[in-house]
Every structure is written in structure tokens, then in C-alpha cells.
Write a new protein. Structure first.
Length: 471
């Protein structure tokens, strides 16, 4: 199942540029198609760097001014889409092993000088403004190749371990996290909704009740874990939190495994194995991209990833974390005391200064966490875990679930969730309940970690953030 190093194009006679650049020997009659990154004029020849997204490197296409192919040159500029046919020869120039001597050059899609990607390097802010064109740059080419390979590796990891892949719904009536961050889904007329006295009659809405976009597939995932034991979801997730940070998106992708017959320790063990697996896949299958990030985005990246792939992750309870922070002698913007949530400055201090690597913080005070987490015997904390990593902060959130019906109902009421509203969920506790645990990994947060890219908007193809859903 491993990804082939150099997958061959499915369409005959159209090798990908990656494949052409990996040729063992010179070849006649090679066709290359792609987008022109740069055009350079030499003496009596033009050099086109042609890229088709299959790898970072471009193919150098050489067009002799005397060859018929040169007739197309006036219409070839940066950004044009071309097809070149010719001979692949060992390049006499430096910087590339092979070059294509064009006998034929066809302009499939011309450009003009208003094409915005003229310069060699643009900043990420500018590129975000043209998110529809940025896949054609080196940085975003590398990011989205890594994203694609790791998405596939997520499935490989769970499928190899016998987990069932379940598609949980996108439209739902439950706010799993209970944080009130759901986007509404409705077909009611926003100007004249049915109802009286300022109360909207949601029963007249499309689904007969108030619905929204899912904030997590966990609750439905738990239902499947009560039948298939080991399951996972991997899907889009939506949160209407109005936080304009570099780590929050309104639409992101989450991977949520759920295991029956598992406790918090098993949950951390799975998270650690999964995390390390993905890092190793990146090191093995995305070496070219990582070398690029190392040079242009985050020096030291590869060494950091290699260290993470080799070391055990730290584990400490919330109580120990609070003690560490208090003993540090640091002044934080948010004060540290038992009962208050860890802020990102605290999380960063713990991972970057205390353990210098990934760290599980477990057993948080019950008031800080969602209703479904299992109450510990101390009656104050729950069997929760967050995985914190340097630079990114929280990357995984998970827990052992409360499988005891009376305690779960009590926790729900304490967190302001009406047990009647989740009767179907409580049925799993009524009939054949069992200890179980799971977690959620934010896929974009993981991509930030593995690429060194610092803004979540730059690891998702079309970011949705407050004020932005244009492309
Ligand atoms: O900690 P969270 O809210 O946990 C859950 O949703 C649980 N239901 C998961 C479970 O136990 N099955 O979210 C999990 C992870 C976070 O650690 C973070 O990586 C990511 O999802 N995440 C976000 N990523 C990008 N933008 C946002 N607005 C995110 N909110 C959470
Ligand atoms: Mg969380």
C-alpha cells in the first residue's frame, strides 16, 4: 500500500515532469505539459522552466531560435500553460540533470503581463489574496503535496490496524463540544422566520429542529465504536469561533479515532503511535518538500522531526503542569492557578522549555472540559488528555468517555446540556455500555507542525476564517 516513489502517469505518453526528471537515460520523443514558471533568454535560445506540480523541480525546456518551436515563443510568458515535445538530453548547464530540447511547442493557455505571480518570491500575505493561484508556487506546491500524502497515510495507519472508517454527518443537531460555536443550517426566510414573540419556530425548519454544521464527529463515532470496537472519522469540521488567530480556522479537517475497551493510557498510546507514524511518513515520503521548508520556512525542521520520531513523548497531569508553571518563576500574561485553563503561552512554555518536545497533559479539572469526559475517582478531574507540541500548542484533544449513565447525566446537567436532547447518545450507556476512549487530531495543526508553516491559512487550500470565504 505504500505510495510509489515515482508513480507513473495513468495516461500514456504524458509522463509527469517528476517522472521525466527521474529518467535513467536520454529519451527521444518526450511530451511535457505544464505551467511556465520562468522564461530566460540566452544567446539564440530561450529556456523555459516548466512545472506540473508533480514535484518541486521544474523541467528546463530549451527552444532554439532557429527551430520551428520558437514561433510560439512570443506568446509564452510566466504563467502560460504549454505542451513541449522533443528530446530529453543530459543538460550541459548546472542545476539540472536533464533538459528537453523542444521540437514542438504549443501554447495551450497564454497569459499576459497582468498575471500576478511574476516575481520569484512572494510573501504569504500577498499569496493569500490570490489563494486561487497560489498552488502554482513552490511553497504551496510543497504544502499541498505533503497534505495529500499525509491524508492518505492517515487512512493507511488506521486501516492497517483494523479500524473501521465511518462517515459521520456534516449536518447535525448536536453541539458535541457544547461550546455554542455551530454554524446554523436553515432554509427559513431570514427576514420572515415563522414563530411568535421573537421566538423562531424551528420545528418548521427543513429538519424540524435547529441544526448546524458539525463541530466534531465524536458522538456519532462513539455509536459506531459500540458496534465495531475500533473506528475513525476523517472529515471537515466547522467552528464559528470568532478568533482571528494563526491556529484557528472556521472550517478544518479532523481525524477522530474511537476505541471500545480502552482507557486514557491506551488513548495516549494510540495518539503517540499515530503522531509518530505521520512524522515518519513525512520524513520518508516528503523528503524533497521538507528540504524546501527547511531552507525557506523553518531552519532545523528535519532534525526536530527526526528527534520526535525517535523519542517518547512526555506525560504529566494538569496538576503537575500547574506546579511546573508556578515553579518556573516566569510572569505570564494569564495568571497560573489550579482551575484555570492553560493558555497558549503556558502550553508553549511547557513544551518548549520544560520537555522540549511533545507533551500529553492529562486529568484536567472537570469544569474546563466537555460533558462526555469520564470523571476520575477524585471527583474533581476528568480523564482528559491534550497533546501539546512546540510552536503549535494543542494539536490533539481527547479523553476516556463517561460510560456510566448516572454520572454522565449529572455531568451533562452541570455543563448545561439537557440529557433529553441527546437521548440517542445516552442509549449507548443504557444498553451494552463499555469503557471507551478517543481523540481528535486537527489535520491543519499537524501540517503546520510538520511543514513549519506558521499560519493555518497556509496549509489549507481555501481557508475559511472570520471575514473570508471568497475562493
Ligand atoms: O479539542 P477539540 O475541541 O476536541 C474535540 O473536538 C473532540 N470531540 C475530539 C475527540 O475526542 N474525538 O478539537 C480537537 C482538535 C484540537 O486539538 C485542534 O487540533 C483541532 O481539533 N481544532 C482546530 N483546528 C483548527 N481550527 C480550529 N478552530 C480548531 N478547533 C479545534
Ligand atoms: Mg481541545
Amino acid at each position: 500500500m505504500a505510495q510509489a516513489d515515482n508513480p507513473v502517469s495513468w495516461r500514456q505518453n504524458r509522463p509527469r515532469i517528476r517522472e521525466i526528471l527521474h529518467s535513467e537515460q536520454p529519451r527521444g520523443d518526450v511530451v511535457a505539459e505544464g505551467w511556465v514558471r520562468t522564461v530566460r533568454q540566452g544567446k539564440g535560445v530561450a529556456f523555459l522552466a516548466v512545472n506540473d506540480g508533480s514535484c518541486l523541480a521544474s523541467l528546463q525546456v530549451v527552444v532554439d531560435a532557429a527551430a520551428p518551436a520558437s514561433a510560439a515563443l512570443p506568446r509564452v510568458g510566466t504563467g502560460a500553460c504549454v505542451r513541449a515535445r522533443g528530446k530529453l538530453i543530459a543538460s550541459p548547464g548546472t542545476g539540472q540533470r536533464w533538459e528537453l530540447i523542444a521540437d514542438e511547442l504549443v501554447v495551450l493557455g497564454p497569459v499576459d503581463e497582468t498575471y500576478p505571480l511574476q516575481k520569484k518570491r512572494h510573501g504569504p500575505e500577498f499569496l493569500r489574496e490570490i489563494a486561487h493561484l497560489r498552488p502554482r508556487t513552490n511553497l504551496f506546491g510543497a504544502v499541498f503535496r505533503v497534505r495529500s500524502r499525509l491524508a492518505f497515510a492517515v487512512h493507511r495507519f488506521f486501516q492497517e490496524r483494523g479500524f473501521l472508517y465511518v462517515h459521520t454527518p456534516i449536518i447535525t443537531a448536536n453541539d458535541c463540544e457544547g461550546a455554542g460555536e455551530m454554524f446554523r443550517v436553515t432554509t427559513l426566510d431570514p427576514f420572515h422566520p415563522p414563530g411568535t414573540g421573537g421566538q423562531v419556530a424551528w420545528r418548521e425548519d427543513f429538519f424540524g429542529e435547529k441544526t448546524g454544521l458539525t463541530v466534531s464527529g465524536q458522538l456519532e463515532g462513539e455509536l459506531f465504536a459500540m458496534a465495531f470496537a475500533d473506528i475513525y472519522t476523517f472529515g471537515p469540521t466547522f467552528r464559528a469561533e470568532n478568533s482571528n488567530t494563526s491556529r484557528h480556522a472556521a472550517e478544518f479537517w479532523m481525524i477522530e479515532p474511537e476505541m471500545a475497551f480502552a482507557d486514557l493510557t491506551a488513548d495516549c498510546d494510540l495518539a503517540e503511535e499515530f503522531f509518530r507514524y505521520l512524522v515518519k511518513v513525512a520524513l520518508r515520503e516528503c523528503a524533497e518538500e521538507l528540504a524546501f521548508f527547511e531552507e525557506y520556512v523553518s531552519p532545523g525542521l528535519t532534525a526536530r522531526l527526526e528527534a520526535v520520531a525517535a523519542a517518547d513523548f512526555g506525560r504529566m497531569t494538569y496538576g503537575e503542569a500547574i506546579e511546573q508553571l508556578q515553579r518556573s518563576g516566569r510572569t505570564f500574561a494569564f495568571p497560573v492557578q489550579w482551575g484555570s485553563d492553560l493558555q497558549s503561552e503556558h502550553e508553549r512554555f511547557l513544551t518548549e522549555q520544560v520537555v522540549n518536545g511533545p507533551l500529553f497533559v492529562t486529568d484536567y479539572p472537570a469544569e474546563l472540559k466537555a460533558f462526555y469526559m469520564r470523571l476520575n475517582d477524585d471527583g474533581q478531574t476528568v480523564a482528559a488528555m491534550d497533546l501539546l507540541v512546540p510552536r503549535v500548542g494543542e494539536i490533539i484533544g481527547g479523553s476516556q468517555r463517561e460510560e456510566r449513565l448516572p454520572l454522565l447525566e449529572r455531568r451533562m446537567r452541570a455543563r448545561g446540556v439537557a440529557p433529553e436532547s441527546l437521548n440517542w447518545y445516552l442509549d449507548t450507556r443504557r444498553w451494552g455500555s463499555c469503557p471507551h476512549a478517543g481523540f481528535g487530531l486537527g489535520f491543519e495543526r499537524f501540517l503546520m507542525y510538520v511543514t513549519g508553516v506558521e499560519n493555518i491559512r497556509d496549509v489549507i487550500p481555501f481557508p475559511r476564517t472570520p471575514g473570508n470565504a471568497r475562493f
